[in-house]
Design a binder for this molecule. Sequence first.
Ligand code: XMP
Length: 329
Amino acid sequence: GWKMEDVLEEELKIIKETVGPDDHVICALSGGVDSTVAATLVHKAIGDRLHCAFVDNGLLRFKERERVMETFEKDLHLPVTCIDATEQFLSKLKGVTEPEKKRKIIGNEFICIFDAFAHDLGKKLGRKPLYLVQGTLYPDVIESCPPPGSGRTHSHTIKSHHNVGGLPKDMKLKLIEPLKLLFKDEVRELGRIIGVPVSFLRRHPFPGPGLAVRVPGDVTEGNRLEILRKADEIFIQAIKDAGIYDSIWQAFAVFMPVLTVGVQGDQRTHSYAIALRAVTSHDGMTADWYYFDYKFLADLSTRICNEVQGVNRVLLDITSKPPATIEWE
Ligand code: XMP
């Protein structure tokens, strides 16, 4: 068998041979494991001729932007431009309720912003960036083009719709995909060797459209996103404190756009509900709901209602995939 150190040396060699001494490379960092490991690897090979962008689409989790930027800058010393595009995304999403329409708007907006980043960078450098780094993994490669007769059905291609092909085709950039022969576990191992913090490598997957698929309906109405962020942060911290984060594939709160009656103090309230979703899975294709301890759930429910203004009810999603999906939209 081969060792991950050998894979690292080989990858660095390939990147150095591919990218010419005056060529520049760009990368969109999502805050996830794959793009972060891919960018860190390329940075090791070519230094600051790599230029990364991290886009805040206004749909990120509690303090997410600050947290990932700190990892990029302090731990990994990556050259990153942080682009706050909250207003741009949310104004386009105003009044939009159809899930696939929301996804499409977010995808298109992202392309516009990343395109502008590449264009501005080209002007600043006096030459266009030639290469684009992507954190494509081996399973993404097989899933996007199932071999004929392989028995892979439509459901196997669903995930790849989410992840592959999200960047402009007319940018004429050549792709660098240093992880395309690796599985997720191997990417984590490689990441560890090149200094990506282990806590970062263990993060649950997070969808590109972010909290937009966790607020059914119009995400921009009232303070839905703010309520969701607070509840989600309490849930995730409780899971970490209980030492069960690594036993769960994905955990998150979902905003329920329904007003129900409650009593808090001696007031009747008419407030929103929050659903908690946590699943175990091997690949995200199928999933089982996670069996929490009752006491853990009871404490969590009390905390969320007490600490998050605008919430008076907490629900637990006990549906597996299938028939439900992991996300709510
Ligand atoms: P579902 O909800 O389809 O999710 O059971 C399976 C896995 O894919 C993630 N997911 C997405 N990831 N863009 C992404 O980058 C998307 O639009 C998207 N939708 C779902 C989901 O979080 C889970 O890990």
